[in-house]
Design a protein around this ligand. Structure first.
Ligand code: AMP
Ligand code: ZN
Length: 664
């Protein structure tokens, strides 16, 4: 046997042992024997660097250090899930599904693992990339750290597809978490709050050998990719298991919502016996063709639904109500609680939302309250224990002036929130707007963080986001914790932000109700900031999906002289306030006023490319057929219910080629 063959043989053996131990939970050799073999391999690899393999079992111990994690765009978006809480919610969901697809619907029920979501990319059976969910569109490349997780296969077995992504959850089992905390406490450090945050923190450690020491596990539940030769969710779980992934065994295939509920009730109890945290059940339409027909909303797949287990509650005392001022001037009342343990974390604060909520709960300082933690990070107060109330307690008086600047608060007709109207003079609003401008989804200014912004404002160096572009290195160096290098990075980051596309700048301006999606719509429709400034309220409302509330807010923003000055300043500094020329070149108005429904599988372009082509050419994509539909673009296996509906309404069905001819 040649050296190369010997090395490969040991690698193969170690891989199998890893799999037996970490995926199957059934070791066939002792730890000692394993260590000896690993050592042998390490020595051979050291002597023969020419046979380096980025997926060798020796790399499981980590050692590579990452300073900055690269951002990677997910080839297929990582969606969130819609939530349901009752049988009615599930039945409603089923009704919606049955309107869109034909035939019987069966479901897979899976547990909803509470950890950090991850997307793994495999090519030719080798792990090539691991990316965090991030914002769902792009995440961080954490491959070096994920490779140290022993249940993640670095090489696959069996008849795997050439290229695919697989999604799952990185979790920290209770036992390993408890052990980590014991060690921390023994070393005089603060214990970690909960397994979920610790799992996601572990993926972002700079030194991968630190990640390697943590007892992380990786559970897989979804395949993503084209032409995988699989027809159902349940089958994809079985296949993934065969390829060497750790796919939990609890999943069930069922035929009705009643059976779904049986599964939920069973696991609501039994989950306490599981080695890791779960917070609900995920129900997925089993047939992948049906999934394809159902598609996605802007946030979540229509073919999947989370059912949340009942949240855990705790009782504690409300010490004080304080008030926070956000970047839009919105006031949020906060309950400061006597610290209490709840679902694995210590809870000290809870949001009270607004004045109505306080009134509804009739909550007062010194009350005994019930707190609850659902999926959300911030726990909420569900009710007051009136039997424990002191008889001379006084009702809560909502504040009438801003706690930060003293200005009288206002509350618009029909709105729940109070606002501080002192937009340009109230410190948290000034700072908050700039923090929003530099945030990741807006101008994403590297080298500048929220705290530095606060400091720059405090020092009087900036009062708005346009001022950023006039900052000099000499001005920032004297700031606290600012070194030559970080000052350079900051200035460079600001310069680089001039390349950020118009739609994100528009989002960054911080116009109320103009979120990411609305900013995209407006940018696409008007193409330049001047056109938006010139648009009347009426014209704005006529833009697809722009309602009166948004239109008013846009007008209000640009009616303000100081905002207009801000925009002019940004323009003079070369910030992108119109769609770039090459983007414009790819866009036409050919399909203006036409609405398309896309159904089936295509040959020349993927479904997503097709949708993008429609939008780039001025058309609109809709998910269901109605009298407003201009064309249905049909690929292979178009859903029969869509076909019938299209025929009934007399909608023209065109092929992929017909469509491509349309835009030629
Ligand atoms: P949420 O973050 O509450 O919108 O829920 C969506 C997240 O649930 C996904 O991003 C996954 O990380 C997680 N999840 C856990 N278990 C599953 C599962 N079996 N199927 C799909 N998603 C799951
Ligand atoms: Zn104020």
């Amino acid at each position: 046997m040649s050296i190369e063959q010997q090395i490969n043989k040991i690698r193969e053996e170690l891989r199998q042992h890893n799999y037996n131990y970490y995926v199957l939970d059934a070791a066939t050799i002792s730890d000692y024997e394993f260590d000896m073999k690993l050592k042998e391999l390490q020595e051979m690899e050291e002597k023969h660097p020419e046979f380096y393999d980025p997926n060798s079992p020796t790399l499981r111990v980590g050692g590579e250090v990452t300073k900055n994690f690269n951002t990677v765009v997910h080839e297929q978006r990582m969606y969130s899930l819609d939530n349901s809480y009752s049988k009615e919610d599930l039945l409603d969901w089923e009704t919606r599904i049955k309107k869109l697809v034909d035939g019987d619907v069966s479901y897979t029920c899976e547990l909803k693992y509470d950890g950090a979501s991850i997307s793994l990319t495999y090519e030719n059976g080798e792990l090539i990339r691991a990316v965090t969910r991030g914002d769902g569109i792009q995440g961080d490349d954490v491959t070096t750290n994920v490779k140290t997780i022993k249940s993640v296969p670095l090489k696959l077995k069996g008849d795997y597809p050439v290229k695919f992504d697989i999604r799952g959850e990185i979790v920290l089992p209770y036992e390993g978490f408890a052990k980590m905390n014991q060690e921390r406490v023994a070393a005089g450090e603060e214990p970690y709050a909960n397994p979920r945050n610790t799992a996601s923190g572990s993926l972002k450690l700079q030194d991968s050998s630190e990640t390697a020491k943590r007892p992380l596990d990786c559970l897989l539940y979804n395949l993503a990719g084209d032409r995988l030769g699989i027809s159902s969710q349940y089958e994809s779980l079985e296949k993934a298991r065969q390829w060497g992934f750790k796919v939990p065994q609890e999943s069930r295939l069922v035929n009705s919502i009643d059976e779904v509920l049986e599964f939920v009730n069973l696991w609501d109890q039994k989950r306490r016996e599981l080695p890791y945290e779960t917070d609900g059940v995920v129900i997925k339409v089993n047939n992948l063709q049906q999934q394809e027909e159902l598609g996605f909303t802007s946030k979540a797949p229509r073919w999947a639904m989370a059912y949340k287990f009942k949240a855990e509650q705790a009782v504690t005392k409300l010490n004080e109500i304080t008030y926070q001022v956000g970047r839009t001037g919105a006031i949020t009342p906060v309950a400061n609680l006597e610290p209490v343990q709840l679902a694995g974390t210590t809870v000290k604060r809870a949001s009270l939302h607004n004045a109505d909520q306080i009134q509804k709960l009739d909550i007062r300082e010194n009350d005994t309250v019930f707190v609850e933690k659902g999926g959300e990070i911030i726990p909420k107060i569900v009710s007051v224990d009136f039997t424990k109330r002191d008889h001379n307690s006084i009702p809560t008086q909502y504040i009438s002036s801003c706690p930060e600047c003293g200005t009288d608060l206002i509350r618009k007709e029909g709105e729940a929130q109070h606002y501080c109207p002192n937009i340009y003079g109230c410190p948290p609003q000034i700072v908050g707007r700039i923090q929003h401008y530099i945030s990741r989804k807006a101008l994403d200014i590297e080298g500048l963080g929220g705290e530095t912004v606060a400091l720059l404002v405090k020092e009087g160096l900036i009062t708005n986001y346009a001022d950023l572009y006039e900052l000099t290195k000499e001005q920032v160096i004297p700031l606290e914790r600012m070194a030559e290098k970080s000052a350079d990075n900051l200035i460079e980051g600001i310069l680089k932000s001039k390349e950020i596309p118009f739609e994100r700048v528009l989002f960054g301006l911080g116009i109320r109700y103009v979120g990411e999606t609305v900013a995209k719509k407006l940018a696409k429709h008007y193409k330049t900031i001047d056109a938006i400034i010139a648009a009347t309220e009426e014209e704005l409302v006529n833009v697809d999906e722009i309602g009166i509330k948004i239109a008013q807010s846009v007008r209000e923003f640009f009616n303000s002289e100081s905002n207009k000055t801000l925009v002019e300043k940004l323009l003079s500094h070369g910030v992108q306030l119109q769609i770039s020329a090459d983007k414009l070149a790819n866009q036409t108005e050919t399909l203006k006023g036409q609405t398309f429904v896309v159904s089936g599988v295509f040959e020349k372009v993927s479904r997503n490319e097709l949708k993008k082509l429609i939008e780039d050419n001025g058309g609109k994509v809709s998910s269901s057929i109605s009298s407003k539909t201009t064309y249905v673009v049909a690929g292979a296996n178009m859903g029969p219910s869509k076909l019938e509906k299209a025929n009934k309404l007399g909608i023209v069905i065109i092929s992929e080629d017909d469509f491509l001819n349309l835009i030629e």
